[in-house]
Design a protein. Structure first.
Length: 310
């Protein structure tokens, strides 16, 4: 399975090394395999899984268990071929009635899944409800993969995926060392853009912070969580790199140009002057440290190596 080429052109552009390509090719290959087998009449009739959380669903697919999904939450993304999988609400606001109507035997999510009243109803109806810790570190991610392998009867796939993830982290660590040899870590600012709301900066304890630090950068927000910061405030921080992510349902043709129109002072930061304003895919920011976040961090680390700091 690992030898097959299932990556699309976007992923090929993002992957900068053969080691990481091998890692994420595994994940994508099992997605493609799951697409092919989604309607297989031989799949287990007893396996009915609800996945609540983007990172959890990503791992279910990577473990080649996508054919057992009956529903996912609204943050999860599914490849083509999963039209019959129901879409539930937000993973923190699940409805017991909607889930029970699907007759699942496993509801899988993180400790952010809820509300508790819904989970209690599901447990009372003899549904196996499993909440895994939200992964923010490599050991926790590997532990979650191991646990999901057992729950989904995919232990062989879990062992393989764990090894691939370890290789990815090792590759990123090599890039971190290269960045460190070049001097101070790039100063990075993350902006979350949402329709009809001021841009917000992501500080410590955010998904963007995990990716920035994993890539070898320095998050210069100076606070925890998300806060609105004025253009003048951003200018005073003098970021070398500005990362943006747009959670608006409205497609924006050129998000970077749109940002500079809204916040023209950003052109006077090192990031603006040196064209180091980059988009971060929303999927990488959902579900803590997952496969998409690792991919984004690897791509970002390669970019940091080429950043000229002034």
């Amino acid at each position: 399975m690992l030898g097959k080429k299932f990556f699309n052109s976007s992923h090929n552009r993002l992957l900068a090394s053969a080691a990481l390509l091998s890692t994420l090719a595994f994940s994508q290959s099992v997605l493609a395999h799951a697409d092919h087998d989604h309607g297989d009449a031989n799949k287990s009739a007893s396996a009915r899984v609800v996945s609540a959380g983007a990172g959890v669903t990503e791992l279910v697919l990577a473990l080649d268990a996508g054919n057992e999904l009956v529903a996912v939450d609204s943050t999860s993304q599914l490849p083509q071929g999963y039209d019959k999988v129901e879409k539930l609400g937000y993973h923190r606001m699940l409805s017991a009635e909607g889930i029970l109507a699907l007759s699942p035997n496993l509801v899988l999510g993180t400790d952010a899944m809820g509300p508790k009243a819904t989970l209690d109803v599901l447990s009372g109806a003899k549904v196996n409800v499993i909440q895994l810790p939200d992964a923010h570190t490599q050991p926790q991610l590997l532990s979650n993969i191991n646990e999901m392998g057992k729950l989904l009867n995919r232990e062989e796939q879990a062992n393989t995926l764990q090894e691939q993830v370890k290789q990815s982290f090792a590759q990123i660590e090599q890039k971190q060392q290269q960045i460190a040899k070049q001097g101070d870590a790039p100063k990075v600012l993350f902006l979350l853009l949402q329709a009809d709301r001021p841009a917000r900066v992501g500080g410590d304890d955010t998904a963007a912070d995990i990716i920035i630090k994993l890539a070898g950068g320095k998050n210069i927000a100076g606070f925890s969580g998300y806060k609105s910061v004025s253009q003048e405030g951003i200018l005073s921080l003098q970021p070398d790199v500005i990362l943006i992510s747009n959670r608006s349902d409205k497609a924006i043709e050129s998000p970077i140009n749109d940002l500079l129109k809204q916040m023209p002072l950003l052109e006077h930061t090192p990031a603006g002057k040196n064209k180091q304003i980059q988009s971060l895919q929303p999927q990488a920011l959902l579900g803590g440290l997952g496969l998409s976040a690792i991919e984004a961090a690897d791509k970002l680390a390669s970019d940091f190596i080429n950043v000229k700091q002034y």
